[in-house]
Design a protein around this ligand. Structure first.
Ligand SMILES: *[C@@H]1O[C@H](CO)[C@@H](O)[C@H](O)[C@H]1NC(C)=O
Length: 212
């Protein structure tokens, strides 16, 4: 093969790969793109959800594709909703893969909230396995990613996890939402969202709540 011809073929291949990539990126939802861009895939889940979970706090802020919020703004249980079918049960999780820091996540994941058997998107109807705890990133550990995920359950489930209260941080670390999902055959998450937060002066108050 002539050198020019080979060169032309390589260019052609490179060009068609670029086009495919662009088509792929365009086909992804903005949530899926944000999960990829911030490495929530693969750090937390193997596949990004296409749909967004709506998470709104009484402080007035809302979770949006990795936006930066403060521990003060997210201290109280948010209202959460997603595109749900009323006759289906769902599991909701909030988890931090960046414990104690994104650089050295030796306690990955530290889970903040876990509720199963939610009828439709009525979170209050579910079984709280782990009560909501707000963000408490240690000082000097930079931004942590706080990831919300919703899974569609195959049916109502019997969860054998120990129920964890909001006044202790015991047994929250070393969690894996992907392993949990595998254990209960939940498949890939159907919806998700995440924000990022770093230390602020609410964190010591939260640690006091946890008995620290
Ligand atoms: C902790 O849980 C208790 C009991 O469910 C609840 O009354 C309280 O409001 C919660 N506190 C926080 C800070 O979430």
């Amino acid at each position: 093969m002539g050198r020019m011809l080979r060169f032309a073929i390589v260019l052609l291949l490179a060009d068609s790969t670029m086009v495919n990539f662009r088509v792929l990126a365009r086909g992804m939802s903005s949530i899926a793109r944000a999960f990829e861009a911030n490495a929530v895939v693969p750090d937390v889940v193997g596949k990004a959800p296409e749909a967004a979970v709506t998470v709104k706090f009484t402080s007035g802020v809302e979770v949006k594709s990795g936006n930066v919020l403060t521990p003060t703004q997210v201290k109280d249980v948010p209202s959460v909703s997603w595109d749900a079918q009323p006759d289906v049960f769902y599991t909701l999780a909030m988890t931090d893969p960046d414990a104690p820091s994104r650089k050295e996540p030796t306690f990955r994941e530290w889970h903040h909230w876990l509720v199963g058997n939610i009828a439709g998107n009525d979170v209050a109807s579910g079984d709280t396995l782990s009560a909501y705890i707000g963000s408490g990133p240690p000082p000097g550990t930079g931004l942590h990613r706080y990831v919300y995920l919703v899974y569609r359950q195959p049916s109502k489930l019997q969860f054998d996890e120990e129920r964890l209260p909001n006044n202790s941080g015991d047994k929250r670390g070393g969690f894996s939402i992907s392993k949990f999902a595998k254990k209960y055959n939940l498949g890939d998450p159907i919806a998700g969202n995440f924000y990022q937060a770093e230390y602020d002066d609410y964190v010591p108050i939260l640690y006091k709540q946890l008995g620290g």
